[in-house]
Design a protein around this ligand. Structure first.
Ligand code: EPU
Length: 420
């Protein structure tokens, strides 16, 4: 069923909204339950396509899953005996590669096809495999499939050549059940890595140092059941902050962690947006115009690549010229070609975009090329004059729970319709 999203721009977003649980935490925590020797209950999961895909995959492996969206997911991993994920399931989401680490930890054997997910660059997984190899795992890639096998997982030192979120999480999963201690050097520090470590520790694992670039994991043979609530989604929070600024609105986002938003908050303040926060809420207001700013994506706590796309959409109408450098993924500026159809003045050279602010965007038909590109098109549509038609909105559903419902509650004119 093909759909398109229709946005009539120009309404300032106003009011209060609650952020959902973190996508990139959820997709790590759900596979992590496979390491457990008892059932676990996960709360605050976002009801998004990636989570639904993982439910199907866990069930296909033999796990008993009770999922009540918006409430909880209980997973009993004890019946799981399978260790193979088929091609179509592997392709349903990027994070299917976490099944490698989780199944290795569970039974020392995993077969997963190279994952799908957003086309934002080459996205190698050499660092994941290097980490597994250090733990005594033999890996083979053949016919698009990764086979990983170990007689025994043995703790070891792993030095990542790049700070990789996926690599850090995957090796942490396997190491939680290895014999001895694993030390991850140059580990990624994103909030979802800390959240996964907290979840593992709540099951009795021994993970220390998550959130720094050295993580120590002492392997544990038995992990007990736990009930755990995932952290709020920092990228959804950021997208809502940007949408509020883009529409010259006044929005308070509840249930978020302001500390996770510091890189974005600093840039918005520099643009002239008013941002204030309390314990678990952020208020974003824009009274006048926006100034152009330059920024570069970096690993946490730097400016997140996942917010680069919505942020660069916002900059298309800021006064002056902004320079955006995408250092993490080489093909993450494609959304700007689409926003150029709406009147944005943009030049993309390799991983750099030069954005010359224009006074107004105008609605046009545009197409999502990946999840956050979709979010950027929504931001552009909200600030454009006239109607923006967004094709392939399914990309947005991978990572944003009920985006139209949330934006409509803030006054946006946004809806979806089925086309042919
Ligand atoms: N890299 C390697 N080798 C590896 C792994 C990564 O060279 O083995 C490189 C990548 O090519 C990239 C950099 O290291 O240049 C960072 O990649 P990373 O591994 O950190 O990214 P990822 O695990 O593939 C996760 C999120 C992405 C998010 C990035 C960066 C999940 C499922 N995905 O991807 O989320 O952009 O970290 O924070 O957690 C999204 O939510 O839209 C999204 C794409």
């Amino acid at each position: 069923m093909k759909e398109r999203m229709l946005i009539t721009g120009g309404n300032p977003l106003e009011g209060e909204v609650r952020v959902s649980g973190g996508k990139n935490t959820a997709v790590a925590v759900i596979p992590a339950v496979l390491l457990c020797d008892e059932p676990c209950t996960i709360e605050n999961l976002p009801d998004i396509e990636d989570v639904r895909a993982l439910v199907d995959i866990l069930r296909a492996l033999g796990a008993k899953v009770t999922y009540i969206p918006g409430e909880f997911m209980t997973i009993d991993p004890r019946p799981v005996e399978a260790f193979q994920i088929g091609y179509r399931d592997s392709q349903r989401l990027r994070a299917s590669y976490y099944l490698l680490g989780a199944l290795l930890g569970r039974c020392g054997h995993a077969e997963v096809y190279f994952p799908g997910g957003c086309e934002i660059g080459s996205r190698p997984i050499d660092q994941h495999l290097k980490g597994f190899n250090a733990l005594g795992v033999e890996t083979e890639t053949h016919g698009g499939r990764i086979t990983a096998m170990a007689k025994e997982l043995t703790g070891s030192d792993v030095f990542f050549d790049v700070a990789t979120v996926g690599g850090t999480i995957n090796v942490m999963l396997a190491a939680a059940k290895a014999k001895g201690t694993t030390i991850l050097y140059n580990a990624a520090k994103e909030p979802h890595i800390v959240d996964l470590a907290n979840f593992l520790n709540s099951m009795g694992a021994k993970v220390k140092g998550a959130g720094t670039d050295v993580i120590r994991i002492r392997g544990t043979q038995y992990l007990h059941g736990a009930t755990y609530a995932v952290i709020p989604d920092q990228i959804e929070t950021g997208t809502l902050m940007i949408a509020a600024a883009a529409t010259r609105g006044d929005v308070t986002i509840h249930g978020c962690i302001p500390q996770h938003m510091e890189a974005l908050t600093a840039k918005l303040l520099e643009m002239g947006v008013k941002v204030s926060d309390s314990d678990d809420a952020i208020r974003v207001r824009t009274l006048g115009g926006h100034r152009a700013v330059n920024f570069k994506t970096q690993v946490y706590p730097g400016f997140p690549t996942d917010l680069q796309q919505p942020m660069s959409a916002l900059l298309t109408t800021a006064r002056g010229t902004s320079i955006v450098q995408e250092t993490i993924f080489e093909q993450r500026l494609k959304h700007l070609d689409e926003i150029a159809r709406m009147g944005a003045r943009v030049r993309v050279a390799g991983r750099m975009a030069i954005i010359e602010g224009v006074p107004q965007l105008y609605g046009a038909p545009v197409t999502c090329t990946d999840l956050r590109a979709g979010a950027a098109l929504v931001v552009a549509g909200l600030m454009a004059k006239g109607v923006t038609e967004i094709y392939e909105p399914g990309y947005i559903d991978r990572g944003y729970e009920q985006i139209e419902v949330k934006l409509r509650s803030l006054g946006a004119d946004i809806r979806r319709e089925v086309i042919d």
